[in-house]
Design a protein around this ligand. Structure first.
Ligand SMILES: C[S@@+](CC[C@H](N)C(=O)[O-])C[C@H]1O[C@@H](n2cnc3c(N)ncnc32)[C@H](O)[C@@H]1O
Length: 340
């Protein structure tokens, strides 16, 4: 009987496959539950940035002394299934999580996941809108050391509202701009944010710098268009701040079965509060340059990009995307490895 999981075509080897990082998701096998629109790739990328953000979250005001008696307070905005925050609770003992999502089904899922992992005493989930005044009050009272946010990021054409899990205003930055507003008020030591090359990447990093946060490291994955980004392709083409690559070479690399309309970049970064020093623009141009270069040169733009911060880059083609999903749903749990 043929092996159902054999890769039908060779993968592109210009960049490492993002599936190499999927072992971080091992704890989240069934009966862990996902929201119906959960997408593993941007959540996993936010997990990578969140782990990196822990170093600065632990260090108050740049002090070199780790405050052993100061349990970390983590806030996760747009938490969905709760995976990112719960992952941090598992590796950062004694830390606490306050998380929110506007979707009651997501909050119910996240609460049950916390219980399943034995983390219900250290986590709290609220069903609340990111834009509600209550969100600002909750965060001010909680005084988080670390804010994480893996938000919706697809730009929405005028008079067209996408599903709540996908759309984020005209340029795809609405949720992150609100998150940065909140960060300016409560000033956490560190942040881990995810965004993409469709959602005005320069604006996101420039706005973080404007409020005193410096990018510490950048994580980038090349992927194929999905259901929502594919649906707004013509609008994306019209936006000067959305970066896609439609070349045949790139489309073959992200979807060897020929199913991709274009490729784009998922991005995530960890930021730390640097006060006035953070206000000097340093990384926004670099992030924009990577996106511009990708739109022209495709994968070669992502081979060892050199800039003011370290960058890790990967490729996730449709086949490996499916393998990550299959592993999360239990089919091949524990066997996520790169194809030989
Ligand atoms: C990309 S998903 C997050 C996925 C998450 N990392 C997980 O593990 O499931 C984005 C989330 O943002 C939530 N969301 C969208 N608009 C929101 C708003 N105005 N306030 C709070 N949450 C919102 C959606 O309900 C969705 O759960």
């Amino acid at each position: 009987m043929p092996n159902r999981f054999v890769r039908p075509v060779e993968s592109d080897t210009t960049l490492p496959s993002f599936i190499d990082e999927a072992s971080r998701l091992r704890a989240f096998a069934p009966p862990f539950r996902f929201t119906s629109f959960f997408s593993p790739e941007d959540t996993l990328l936010c997990v990578c940035a969140s782990e990196a953000a822990l170093a600065h979250a632990r260090l108050p005001g740049g002090s070199s002394h780790y405050q052993l008696h100061d349990p970390l307070r983590i806030a996760e905005l747009t938490t969905g299934s709760g995976l990112v925050g719960l992952h941090l609770l598992r590796i950062e003992h004694r830390s606490r999580l306050a998380a929110l999502d506007v979707d009651p089904a997501a909050v119910d899922t996240a609460r049950s996941n916390a219980k399943l992992l034995g983390l219900e005493d250290r986590s709290h989930f609220d069903c609340i809108d990111l834009w509600s005044d209550n969100t600002a009050t909750i965060l001010s009272n909680y005084e988080p050391h670390l804010i994480i946010c893996n938000p919706p990021y697809v730009p929405e054409p005028p008079d067209w509202r996408l599903q709540i899990e996908a759309g984020s205003g005209d340029d795809g930055t609405a949720h992150l701009m609100r998150t940065l507003d909140l960060a300016a008020q409560v000033r956490p030591r560190a942040m881990a944010l995810s965004w993409c090359s469709l959602s005005d990447p320069r604006r996101i990093v420039a706005e973080a710098e404007e409020i005193g946060y410096m990018l510490n490291s950048l994580f980038v994955v090349v992927i194929a268009d999905g259901e929502y980004s594919g649906a707004v392709k013509e609008y994306l083409r019209s936006l000067p701040s959305a970066y896609i690559n439609e070349s045949e070479t790139l489309r073959c690399a992200v979807a060897p079965d020929g199913s991709a309309g274009f490729g784009y970049l998922l991005m995530a970064g960890d930021f730390f509060y640097a006060g006035d020093a953070g206000r000097t623009p340093s990384s926004a141009n670099f992030v924009e340059h990577i996106c511009e270069d990708f739109a022209v040169r495709g994968l070669s733009a992502l081979v060892n990009p050199v800039g003011p911060v370290p960058v890790r880059t990967w490729l996730l083609d449709r086949w490996d995307e499916l393998r990550i999903r299959a592993s999360l749903h239990g089919e091949i749990a524990g066997t996520v490895t790169t194809a030989a």
